[in-house]
Every structure is written in structure tokens, then in C-alpha cells.
Design a binder for this molecule. Structure first.
Ligand code: FAD
Length: 290
């Protein structure tokens, strides 16, 4: 296999035109597993990790732009991300181990397009855009249109992900991410929930964004569940109603990590956790399907 390590986007585009069938690698934490197992056997591998243009975390007037080559460890270190998009930071804290966070990148997590990708629920909740570069130029696609199925994206041959644009919002009152796995660390999500909640002066929910991981072929978000909560107080009763709807909305599979019924129960239970922010009695967790 020929391996190339271009240092600029211009040099990258040159390599892509010479090797249109090449595979891309950034941190290698996903693709090296596929190469080693023989699942993938490209004639050429183009490594993106030395391209400086993909390494930026940029403060723009309306968005934070995170280059595809930014590692999860750098996401955790960035004061800009902490200030404007703390939900992403919260999720990345739960991703892999320090070694994986030092090598793995946001771009790799997006293109792997696993329903269990920990960086993805925040990108859905934040309505992020994926920026794509290729010989034909630059285009942006919303994250929920970019990811089309497990491992399937809107990338065309010869295109790479340049980064993700995360719109800035007024601060949210509740920024919450929880991942349920087989153990507390270094575990792939059995189910996860990213949640953003804004409360009005009178204490009702004025806006809410929810995105579940590992509960469908892609990240699940539901306008219906969010709508059920808008205008309500953050009470256990309101959350129970929304949780029942969430359990109907998700479409989990059974695999080595958990059964579909257990995952469906978790979809609601993860939502009930938001009751901890209400100051009221703790949530009643469903054990249905467990
Ligand atoms: C032990 C272990 C634990 C893990 N734990 C977790 C976890 O808890 N949560 C989680 O979400 N993930 C986990 N992962 C998966 C992985 O670490 C992440 O998905 C990581 O973000 C991948 O980034 P990378 O840069 O290493 O991707 P790579 O392996 O370099 O690439 C992954 C895929 O994306 C493509 N690609 C990479 N960058 C680009 C780009 N800029 N443009 C176009 N295509 C690109 C590659 O061709 C490949 O198909 C784990 C992996 C391992 C080995």
C-alpha cells in the first residue's frame, strides 16, 4: 500500500487526483482496526493528520468551527469549546481512553458515522454543519443529512471532511450528556442522550434539544418528544410523558452489548435523569425490558 502524508490542502487535492480510490486516515483509531483485520485493503492511504488547515478551532461571529483533524483531547482543552459548546466537551469526556482521545479526531468520529459515536449526539442537538472539501470546492451539509446510515455518509469520492461548524447559542440552562455502557470507562455506548434545555423566567421549558445515541441506525432526534416538553415545567410527570414517547420513537437493535428492549427502556430512563435539575423528587426509572 502507498502511504502519503500531505501537509497542505493543496497537496492533499493533488494526491486525491492521483489516487482517487485512496482511503483517508487521521488518528487511525478506527481505520487501523479495519486495515489490520483485512476488512479494508486500499491501494493507497492518505494521512490527513499533518494538514494544519484541518487543525484549527476557530471563533467566528456566529459559530465555532472545529477542524476535522482536531483530536478529542484538544476539544477537552479548548476554552472556546468550553464557553460556547460545552455539550460537545461533556460528551467527549466519555469517549474512549486518554490514548484514544489523544489520537482520535472529531472528523474521524463523524465519518465513521457509528450510531454509538459519542461526539455525534451533541452535533445533532446543536444543529451542526459538516464542511466538506474536494476538488470541486467547499460545501456544507447539516449533520443529520450528512450521516445517512451506519458508516454511510454524504461524502462523494475524493472529498474529505474539513470540519464541523457549531452555531453559537444563548447559554442553555441545562447542558447534559449521559452514556450508558457495559462499564464506566472505555465502553461503547449501549445508549446515550445529549440534552440542552432553556428555562423561561417562570420556570417552564422554553426550548429543548434532545439526541440519543445507539438507539437507531443513526443518532435519533425527535421534534415530537421535544414538543411534548416545551411549555411544561421540568417535573417528573412531564418527563415521564416524554419518556414514554421516546421509547416509542427509537428503533434500537439487539447486539452483543444489549437487547433492543433494554435499549428502548433506557431511551426513556436517560430522559428521566433530567429530573435531577428540577430540584424535585428523583425520577422513577423504568426497568421494562431489562
Ligand atoms: C479502543 C477503542 C475505544 C474507542 N472508544 C470509543 C468511544 O468510547 N466512543 C466513540 O465514539 N468512539 C470510540 N472509538 C472509535 C474512534 O476512536 C473514534 O471514532 C475516533 O473519533 C475516530 O477518529 P480517528 O481520527 O482515529 O479516525 P480514523 O481511524 O483516522 O478514521 C475513521 C474513518 O473516518 C475517515 N476519515 C477520517 N478523517 C477523515 C476526514 N477528515 N475526511 C474524510 N474521511 C475521514 C477514515 O477514512 C475512516 O473511514 C474507539 C476506538 C478504539 C480503538
Amino acid at each position: 500500500m502507498d502511504v502519503y502524508t500531505p501537509r497542505t490542502l493543496e497537496a492533499l487535492l493533488d494526491r486525491i487526483s492521483a489516487y482517487p480510490e485512496a482511503a483517508f486516515m487521521t488518528g487511525g483509531t478506527d481505520i487501523l482496526v479495519a486495515l489490520r483485520s483485512g476488512r479494508l485493503n486500499p491501494k493507497a492511504l492518505i494521512c490527513l493528520e499533518r494538514i494544519e488547515e484541518l487543525q484549527m478551532v476557530e471563533d467566528k461571529p456566529d459559530e465555532v468551527f472545529i477542524g476535522a483533524g482536531v483530536t478529542h483531547a484538544r476539544i477537552l482543552q479548548s476554552s472556546l469549546i468550553r464557553e460556547h459548546v460545552p455539550l460537545l466537551r461533556e460528551a467527549v469526556r466519555h469517549l474512549g481512553s486518554p490514548q484514544i482521545r489523544n489520537m482520535g479526531t472529531l472528523g474521524g468520529n463523524i465519518v465513521t458515522a457509528s450510531p454509538a459515536g459519542d461526539a455525534l449526539p451533541p452535533l445533532y442537538a446543536l444543529n451542526a454543519w459538516v464542511e466538506i472539501r474536494g476538488a470541486a470546492g467547499t460545501r456544507r451539509v447539516r449533520i443529520d443529512e450528512f450521516i445517512q446510515g451506519p458508516g454511510v455518509t454524504a461524502l462523494r469520492p475524493g472529498e474529505i471532511v474539513a470540519g464541523a461548524a457549531l452555531p453559537k447559542h444563548e447559554p442553555w440552562d441545562i447542558v447534559h450528556f449521559e452514556k450508558a455502557g457495559k462499564r464506566k470507562a472505555l465502553a461503547i455506548a449501549v445508549a446515550s442522550l445529549a440534552a440542552l434545555v432553556r428555562l423561561s423566567d417562570s420556570g417552564t421549558i422554553s426550548d429543548v434539544r434532545l439526541a440519543w445515541g445507539s438507539l437507531g441506525p443513526t443518532i435519533v432526534s425527535s421534534e415530537n418528544v421535544e414538543q411534548t416538553l416545551r411549555g411544561k415545567r421540568l417535573t417528573v410527570d412531564a418527563l415521564q410523558t416524554a419518556a414514554a414517547l421516546a421509547r416509542e420513537t427509537v428503533s434500537p437493535i439487539s447486539d452483543v452489548r444489549a437487547g433492543a428492549g433494554y435499549r428502548r427502556a433506557l431511551a426513556g430512563n436517560l430522559l428521566l435523569r433530567l429530573a435531577r435539575y428540577s430540584g424535585g423528587a428523583g425520577p422513577r426509572l423504568s426497568s421494562e425490558g431489562a
